[in-house]
Design a protein around this ligand. Structure first.
Ligand code: SF4
Length: 220
C-alpha cells in the first residue's frame, strides 16, 4: 500500500505528542459515575454513538442532559422512553436516528459486563455501529488494541505521504507498524484529531504546521 512503516509512523507520533502533549482521551466525568455508581466506560460508548456526524461540543450538551436525568448508563438508556431520550440527546443532532442506535445497543448490551467477550464483528452487527464507532468503543471502553481511523486520519495520511486507502487498509497500516500498546493507540488517534482541527484543516494552515518539513503536500 505504501513505503511507510514503523519509523515514519513512530516519528509522526512522537512529533505530535511533543507538540500537543497527551490528550488523555476518552473524556469522561469520573466524579459523576462515582456519585451515581455507574460505569464510566458506558459513557464512552454512549459518547461514541452520539459523536457520529457532529462536534464534540454538541455531544457534551447531550451528555449533560443525560446526566441531569441520571440516564448516562446503558440500563437507563434501555429503560427510558424513546421520546424522552430523543429530547435529551437533541443537541447532538440526528436525534431520531441516534436514539434508535442507542436503544438498539442498550437492548443488546444492557451493561458493560455484557460486552466482556464481544468481538468487533458483533458490534458491527448492531444498527448504527460502523467501523469507526466500533473501534472507538473497543479501544477506549474495552481496552482492545483496535486502531480507530476517521476522516482526519485519511486526510492527514494523504497529505503527508500521498497514502490513500480503505478504512481497513489504513487501520492495518497502523496496527502492523505500531507497538502493541493501548496508550499509543489511544493517544495517536486523539493527536491526529487535534492536529486536523488545529492545522491540517480542510484548508490547511501549513505555514505554522509542526509537520511541514516532512509533508509532501505542504504549501511550501
Ligand atoms: S504541512 Fe499542511 S498539509 Fe501537511 S500536515 Fe501540516 S497542515 Fe497538513
Amino acid at each position: 500500500m505504501s513505503g511507510i512503516g514503523k519509523r515514519e509512523l513512530i516519528e509522526l507520533y512522537d512529533k505530535l505528542l511533543q507538540f500537543y502533549g497527551k490528550q488523555n482521551w476518552w473524556p469522561v466525568d469520573l466524579e459523576y459515575h462515582k456519585t451515581h455508581g455507574s460505569d464510566p466506560r458506558e459513557e464512552v460508548i454512549i459518547g461514541a454513538i452520539l459523536t457520529q456526524n457532529t462536534s464534540w461540543k454538541n455531544v457534551e450538551k447531550a451528555l449533560e442532559n443525560l446526566k441531569r436525568e441520571k440516564a448516562l448508563n446503558l440500563k437507563a438508556i434501555k429503560e427510558i422512553p424513546t421520546e424522552k431520550l430523543m429530547e435529551l440527546i437533541k443537541p447532538a443532532g440526528f436525534y431520531r436516528q441516534k436514539s434508535l442506535y442507542l436503544k438498539e445497543f442498550a437492548n443488546k448490551f444492557p451493561s458493560i459486563s455484557h460486552l466482556k467477550n464481544v468481538k468487533r464483528e458483533d458490534l458491527l452487527k448492531v444498527k448504527g455501529i460502523g467501523k469507526e464507532t466500533a473501534d472507538a468503543i473497543l479501544l477506549y471502553a474495552l481496552d482492545r488494541l483496535e486502531f480507530v481511523v476517521d476522516a482526519y486520519t485519511k486526510r492527514l495520511l494523504e497529505r503527508l505521504w500521498n497514502i490513500k486507502g480503505s478504512y481497513e487498509e489504513i487501520k492495518r497500516l497502523f496496527e502492523k507498524n505500531l507497538p502493541k500498546d493501548l496508550e499509543i493507540y489511544r493517544e495517536f488517534h486523539a493527536l491526529i484529531d487535534i492536529h486536523a482541527k488545529e492545522f491540517c484543516k480542510k484548508k490547511p494552515l501549513c505555514e505554522e504546521c509542526p509537520l511541514r518539513e516532512k509533508c509532501i503536500k505542504s504549501c511550501f
